[in-house]
Structure formats: C-alpha cells, structure tokens
Write a protein that binds this ligand. Sequence first.
Ligand SMILES: CC(C)(COP(=O)(O)OP(=O)(O)OC[C@H]1O[C@@H](n2cnc3c(N)ncnc32)[C@H](O)[C@@H]1OP(=O)(O)O)[C@@H](O)C(=O)NCCC(=O)NCCS
Length: 192
Amino acid sequence: MLTVPQNIVIRPSTDDDVPAMLEIYRHQISKGVGDLGAYEAEPLRSEDLKQRRKSMRKRRLPHLVADVAGVIAGYAYAVPFRKRPAYRYTLKHSIYVHDDFQRAGIGRLLLPALIEACTQAGYLQMIGYIDSTNEASLRLHEACGFQRVGYLKSVGFKYGQWGDSVMVQCPLGQGDAALPGPWQAAEAPALA
Ligand SMILES: CC(C)(COP(=O)(O)OP(=O)(O)OC[C@H]1O[C@@H](n2cnc3c(N)ncnc32)[C@H](O)[C@@H]1OP(=O)(O)O)[C@@H](O)C(=O)NCCC(=O)NCCS
C-alpha cells in the first residue's frame, strides 16, 4: 500500500488532461475492469472526451482530476442518471485511478470531492454501478457513504462469462428529506 502523495491537488479537468485520462481509461479497458473490457464496442477517442467535457460543463456536471505534481493520477465525473426530466436531480458517476497510484488514497480524495461538487451544483442523489467482483470499488464507495441498494444479476457478458452489477447510492445534501426547489439541472447555467 502506498502513502497518500503530499502534493496532490483535486481540480476540474482541462483539455490538456485528456491524453492522460485516455491513457488511464485505455489501460483499465485492457485489464477488463468493471463494466469495461469486452463490452467496449468502439474505442474512446480524444475528441469524444473533449466533447463530453464541454457538454458536461454546460450542465454544471463536475469532471475532476487528481493531479500529483503535474501527473494525472486519476479522474472522476458524473453524468445524468437518465435523460428524462423526472430524473434531473440524480447523477451516475465514474472514477478511475492510474495503476501506479492504486491504493494510495487517491480514490478517497477524489470521490468525496466529486460528491461535494455534485452537491454544490444542486444535485440530490448519486448512483453507481459496480461490477460485483470489484472489491476495491465496492469498499471505496462504502467508505465514502454509498449504500448498496440493488443487485443486478447477469446483466453483463464479457470474456465468456455473465457478470453481476451492484447498484450503490449516496444522497447529496438534503437528498429526499425535502422537496427540491425551483432549480432545474437541465437549465442550470454553464460553469465559467
Ligand atoms: C476502485 C478505485 C477507484 C479505488 O481507488 P484507489 O485510489 O485505489 O482507492 P484508495 O487508495 O483511496 O482506497 C480507498 C479504500 O478502497 C478500498 N480498496 C482500494 N483498493 C483496494 C484493493 N485493491 N482491495 C481491496 N480494497 C481496496 C479500501 O477499503 C481502501 O481503504 P483502505 O486503504 O484504508 O483500506 C481504483 O482501484 C480503480 O481505479 N480501479 C479501476 C477502475 C474502477 O474499477 N473504477 C470503478 C468502477 S465502478
């Protein structure tokens, strides 16, 4: 187990971070991690990631990196849970940490930062789907306040085997303790 790097900064990603994020993502695909691997029909391109970042900024959706003295050690982002307006307060997220920084405490910094950014943007629920064999991710999410709320059996197929998903959920801010205000995520102003 590594120790948490001292000089780590969690910050919004920029276009300059795209190559490093792609490298992390492609490496995880090659390992068949989580819901990636053989499920991926088309490889993610640099332009796709830049476009995704741009549309997320417009909707106040956070896209964060963990920067260790200029090296991108991981990234995390959230997207709408579903497109229909009824689900506008709910997000689903992804988090990836570079292999060289695994179990160094990056996830424990990055995931709470993502939760905080989503809360500040006015969202009220956060959902994650985790491969049932991904012990690291299950534990990280539990440590950061997510609860297991569902078990989806044989919803994936990769490397000749069925795969199960665990659905985890974390309320943001006051969650469902009160009715939401007039704010509407789809119409929220773009971040500067
Ligand atoms: C899951 C992942 C994001 C965790 O990030 P990380 O920076 O390595 O996690 P941290 O070092 O902050 O560890 C936080 C906690 O998660 C758990 N954890 C992390 N790695 C673990 C491992 N290899 N085995 C078991 N538990 C692990 C532990 O509970 C750990 O706390 P502890 O070290 O105090 O025991 C990282 O392993 C990763 O990027 N995996 C590949 C991509 C992926 O699976 N993403 C999630 C898809 S749902």
